[in-house]
Design a protein around this ligand. Sequence first.
Ligand code: ACO
Length: 345
Amino acid sequence: MTPPTAKAFRNPRAQHGFQGRSCSIISVGAYVPERVLTNTELSRMVDTSDEWIVTRTGIRERHVAASDQATSDLAAEAARQALERAAIPAEQVDLIITATVTPDMPFPSTSCLVQEKIGARRAAAFDIEAACSGFIYALEIGQQFIMSRSYDTVLVIGAEKLTGIVDWTDRNTCVLFGDGAGAAVLHNRPGSHGLLTVCMGADGSKGNVLCVPAGGSRVPASTDSVGGRQHFIRMDGKETFKYAVQAMHAAAKEALARCELDISQISLVIPHQANLRIIDAVGERLGARPEQVFKNLDRLGNTSAASVAIALDEAVSAGRVKRGDLILLVVFGAGFTWGAAVIEW
Ligand code: ACO
């Protein structure tokens, strides 16, 4: 990995009266379930092939949660690992925010279930839903609590059991998704830069392009909704693809501009892992070198809100992110929603 060419950058947070506060990710953790589902196995379930899936998406296999594992179980594993690495006892956590589109149930929140599982008795807990962009949205929310002096320690989680809402008869979607969870411990660390900026955006006019039509107040669960397979993911892949490339590129550019950074100063770009062709197109438009862009979707598929959280954990564990490095996270998801974050590690 080539080191950043220059260290000079602007910290937008420093302009906003946050003196004496700084929000850093002090540790990360991740968990993926044991069971691996390969493209070859999938080709025995629907009319597809390893060759089609690899060339159109870059995905070779994905992990699938066991029937007795829910999203909170995956989330709790990732959270425990992140807290252990930070050497922070669960009782010290002030707030848990979980980003997910696959909560264990409509309520209570998955964050409350995680709080109980890990023993974070003092923590407030709530979920947020911004689909695949959820982890970046949750990072920004967690950071706001820290910078405003409300809390010092926030646990941010992205966790999904997408295989529970995938239509296993629809080859257009069932090849894309996998299960997993990633977690980050945010902490006030004065004197460091940490999360430099987070850009977020949404376009609700595209809500129907990628959605689960039933199971909410618009179409409550009924025998008709279940029979019509309306509780599964529906997606216009082409429309999603085109929008994703544009929105991820624009969000990343804006985040870099806010910090007065050039892409060459970024050690690692960690994009949402949805499709290799989307990742490559965004990387090219940004002018990133291929080795600057992190990819793990060949092994994990698209894990939605967990995607960049797991990728960040893997990048740190593999030594691809070192203290002081500048990294760029960039995401896109249903809503549509998108976001980008620049972090000094
Ligand atoms: N195996 C074999 N053939 C398939 C498969 C499959 N798994 N899936 C679709 N096809 C067929 C289609 O039926 C179509 O056949 P037809 O021409 O006879 O109708 C043909 O392949 C081409 O389909 P396209 O939709 O044109 O394929 P495309 O190149 O667009 O790739 C894909 C499809 C992979 C879904 C792509 O559009 C994509 O990745 N879109 C973005 C999806 C995404 O990233 N979603 C999530 C982002 S947000 C989030 O993470 C929630």
